[in-house]
Structure formats: C-alpha cells, structure tokens
Design a protein around this ligand. Structure first.
Ligand SMILES: [Zn+2]
Ligand SMILES: [Zn+2]
Length: 388
C-alpha cells in the first residue's frame, strides 16, 4: 500500500474534476488498458485494476470526501479505519454496465469455480453525538449464513454427492465469441446449468434445501472508534457471506448514523455551539459557564463583549480517527441576552444606568441630531475575537 499512487494522478485529472471529467478520463484509460484489448499483458491488467479502483472511489461522493480528507488511509486499517471498504469484494457491475455495456455487449467476466471470497454484508447502527466523539461498543443482531453441517455445504442429501455439470464440464463457466469494437472477443459467461458451481445436485439435502447454508441470527459486537462521523462505516472482518469452494468469508460493513445533538454541531473535526451570556456579564466581563463535550468549562469573558462574539476552546473538538489524543476545536458564539420580565427595582436600576450612559430613553423633542452611532454590523466586526 505504501507506494500507492494518488487516485487523481492515476486518472490524470485534477482535484476539482467533476463527475463528467472523471467518467471521461476513466473511459479513455479503461478502453486503453482493458484486458480484452491487451490479452496476456500483466502490466496492462495492473494498470486497469488501478484505474478501476481510483474511479470506484472518486465517483462515489462519500468515498471521495473521505479520500480527500484521509488519503489512502481512509480505506485501510483492520476493522477500525474511517469507513473502510473493500475493492476485491466490491461489485464493479454498475460501473461496467454504465461504461462498457454499450460496446462489450454487457458480458461480464466471472471468476471460475475455484475458491471465492464471500460477499460483504451491510448493516447500520445509530449512536449519540457523545458516543461518536468518545467511541463506544454496540451490539448488532444480523442474520449470518453458515455452512450446513449435514451436507457440509454441498447441498446434496447425505449419502449422495453432487455430480459434475455436463454443460461446462465442471468449470462453472462457458466461453462464447462475440463481435465488438475491437473485433472478435472471447467472452466468458457463468454456466446457466450449474450457476457457476460446476456441480449439479440431484437429491437435495433436507436440512438446507440444497442451498448448502443455514441462516441464523447472530449478535455481533461493534467497536466504534472515537471521532467517527455520520455516514462512515466500520469494517468487521469475516462476518459477511461465507465464501464458496473454500474461499474466505466476506466482511460486515457497519454504517454509523450519528443522532443530532440539541446544542453541538460538528463540521469535520470542529464542534460549534452558541452560549447565552447576560447583559451584565457582557458589559462588565467575568466568568461564564460553557457546555462542551468534556463537561462545563468556565470562560473569562472580556468587559464590553458584544453579542455574536465567537470564541475558540482549543482541543475541545472531535478526536482524530487516527490518533484520539489529537483533537479539533470547539467554537462558541456568545449571544447576549436582553433581560425580560424585569421587576420595578431592576427597571429603575436600568433607567439610572441609561441616564448615566447614553441617556437614550429621553426622547429628543427639539429635533436636533444626535451624534451618529456606529452601526450594529460595525460593532460586531470590531468585537470579533479569536483566541488562538
Ligand atoms: Zn445441507
Ligand atoms: Zn455448469
């Protein structure tokens, strides 16, 4: 993985390339390096796989966002990575149907009946905002298929055994020739008789009805890493569909849905919120209590703090998926509260306060112009603070 090329470089597009540009670049490269055009050329096949992988990631908005943020690391890591996903097990059918359907006649190559890895399964869990910040353990109930112990996945009734398919001679696939843009091409199709298994079961196993597998509910423990974001997936190895012909199981990909928080909002690694402060606190300064994901903190507000002043609480944001001791920041917008429901004593104090400052309550009946005050917007600009 170390010398993996940048996906944008692989496709020869720049980072701002839109869907159409990506598709065009992929189409051109795929035509050039497609194995059907370069039979037996290992280098071309390697290139073809590389561009396939690059396109699979960049053409998916979620994966592209993860790749832009974390690079190749976004799709690595044993079960804990940020939204890991697997290329070997992924279905390229959509891309091929889309790109090659018109000139390859839609004929997809399929693997022979050797060991095949099982398909990946998908599931989702919902967690709270706090759980997404600090990580958690969840249990998930899924239906998993296991080898039938009666027939050992052959699907044949005990005492009988599957016969070799006569249509494909046990290969599980049949070849046929087809005219294409590049002349005659040999296409491979899954055997319609045995559906690729190479074997025909005459008498079915009574326990699994010939499928070779038995499904049962299983409880799976999911370890959610600190810092996971809404929509990212966790990979759990070997909890997918069983492989065939001795192949390994696929993986389980668990998508994480994070519930909204009443106060906090997240953007990448930072948290945003607003906090009320009283008029007196804003004018005189002093300590105010501010909620963070780590609990309340006391923050010293400067005298003369205007409403909408934004402050930064360093290191109170979201932990990095790679290293939980590295954290983003928490930005808090202070909102000055205008007092309501004043009693007579408070009203009188406020009148006295006004007389001692602007004297704004006295209506000027002479029509003389008062000195022009700064606009609200100008004040906001001046008061913007960023405690870096
Ligand atoms: Zn069975
Ligand atoms: Zn067959």
């Amino acid at each position: 993985m170390a010398d993996k090329r940048d996906y944008y470089e692989v496709l020869g597009v720049d980072k701002s390339a839109d869907d159409a540009a990506l598709k065009k670049a992929f189409r051109q490269l795929a035509k050039k390096y497609h194995p059907d055009v370069n039979p037996g050329d290992a280098e071309a096949e390697k290139k073809f796989k590389e561009i396939q992988e690059a396109y699979a990631v960049l053409s998916d908005p979620d994966k592209r966002r993860q790749y832009d943020q974390f690079g190749h690391a976004a799709f690595e890591g044993g079960g804990m990575g940020g939204g890991g996903f697997d290329f070997s097990g992924m279905d390229m059918g959509d891309i091929f149907g889309d790109i090659f359907g018109d000139f390859f006649g839609g004929g997809r190559r399929s693997a022979d009946n050797g060991p095949r890895r099982g398909a990946n399964l998908r599931a989702s869990i919902r967690i709270t905002f706090e759980e997404s910040i600090f990580g958690c353990e969840k249990e998930l109930e899924i239906v998993l298929k296991d080898e039938c112990s009666t027939c050992h996945a052959t699907g044949a009734k005990p005492g009988t055994s599957p016969e070799t398919c006569s249509k494909c001679g046990g290969k599980g696939k049949v070849m046929y020739s087809q005219q294409s843009l590049f002349g005659m091409v040999q296409n491979v199709q899954t055997c319609p008789e045995c559906h690729g298994s190479g074997k025909i079961v005459r008498e079915k196993c009574p326990d699994c009805h010939g499928s070779g597998y038995i499904a049962s509910k299983k409880r799976i423990k999911v370890t959610v890493p600190p810092g996971i974001d809404n929509g990212q997936s966790i990979r759990i190895r070997d909890k997918g569909e069983p492989g065939t012909n001795g192949g390994p199981r696929g993986d389980l990909l668990v998508e994480v849905n994070v519930s909204r928080h009443p106060i906090f909002q997240r953007q990448d690694m930072n948290i945003y919120s607003t906090a009320p402060i009283s008029y007196a606190q804003a004018a005189l300064g002093g300590e105010v209590r501010i909620s963070t994901v780590d609990g309340d903190v006391l923050y010293e507000v400067k005298p003369g703090t205007q409403t909408d002043t934004r402050i930064r609480l360093k290191g109170k944001g979201v932990p990095s998926l790679r290293n939980k001791s590295v954290r983003g920041d928490h930005y808090v917008t202070l909102v000055v509260q205008v007092p309501t429901g004043l009693n007579e004593e408070a009203k009188e104090a406020l009148r006295k306060f006004d007389a001692a400052t602007d004297n704004s309550l006295k209506v000027d009946k002479t029509g003389a112009e008062k000195p022009k005050k700064k606009s609200f917007k100008e004040k906001i600009k001046e008061s913007f603070e960023d405690f870096s």
